[in-house]
Design a protein around this ligand. Structure first.
Ligand code: DU
Ligand code: SF4
Length: 232
């Protein structure tokens, strides 16, 4: 299986009954502003090249964002902040993400999430998180040869990702490193391969950006540091 196969496979997953029902109900009922659009309404694959040196791990698709457009962080408020910052530091070809066929390219970056279906209230259950993590594990295994750094957006992604990294190839310290904005942890590879640098960044949700807890400059700063560490 290569990454393109995995991206196609995940879109057919129906393993979590609650999330399958929700993603499809949202796609049927839609939001007024998008009433004339055909929603994706399925699991959302990762976005970015298979030889990405940097991965960005979020939480889960937004109901009217990625669950509508079918591409990570595309068409929602969090994505406005994220793609603008990626473009500002030279990691995306354009500052605005609109749809799957808008031509936007990521430079050496893969954006993914531990949960691939939009959850009610943006809150997956621990069971859903654990069910979906095998998709992330397979993706990281395929990305591993080039992967040098990961930016994790928020504590949920951090909690979900650490066990997956440990299963894949990297030594995670005990006790587990604690999530925080600006946290930078180095994970040595179990087999003597290259280290993986893990960066924490607050999630660019409106909850954080409206309140000023997270500014665009703060996102750019972490992305610049992570990109530099990854050799981008
Ligand atoms: O026995 P174990 O706790 O499952 O650990 C097996 C293996 O994984 C050992 O080499 C330590 C390493 N490890 C880790 O990298 N991160 C952890 O959180 C726990 C164990
Ligand atoms: Fe499948 Fe993940 Fe969606 Fe659950 S959240 S149905 S495991 S793709």
């Amino acid at each position: 299986t290569d990454l393109a196969d995995l991206d196609e496979l995940v879109t057919h997953c129906r393993a979590c009954p609650r999330l399958v029902a929700w993603r499809e109900e949202v796609a049927r009922t839609r939001r007024a502003a998008f009433r004339d659009q055909v929603y994706w309404g399925r699991p959302v694959p990762g976005f970015g090249p298979p030889d990405a040196r940097l991965a960005i791990v979020g939480l889960a698709p937004a109901a009217h964002g990625a669950n509508r457009t079918g591409r990570m962080f595309t068409g929602d408020r969090s994505g406005e902040v994220l793609y603008a910052a990626l473009h500002a530091v030279g990691l995306a070809s354009r500052p605005v993400a609109v749809s799957r066929d808008d031509g936007l390219e990521l430079h050496g970056v893969r954006i993914t999430a531990p949960v691939r279906c939009a959850p009610p209230e943006n809150r997956p259950t621990p069971g859903e998180r654990d069910t979906c993590r095998s998709w992330l594990a397979r993706e990281l295994q395929l990305l591993r040869p080039a992967l040098r750094a990961v930016v994790v957006l928020g504590g949920f992604g951090w909690q979900a990702l650490l066990p997956v990294l440990r299963e894949t190839a990297w030594r995670v310290p005990v006790p587990r490193p604690v999530f925080g904005h600006g946290v930078d942890v180095v994970l040595p590879a179990v087999d003597g391969g290259p280290d993986l640098h893990l960066f924490g960044c607050y999630h660019p949700s409106q909850q954080n950006t409206f309140t000023g807890r997270l500014t665009p400059a703060m996102v750019e700063e972490v992305l610049r540091r992570a990109g530099g560490t990854a050799g981008l």
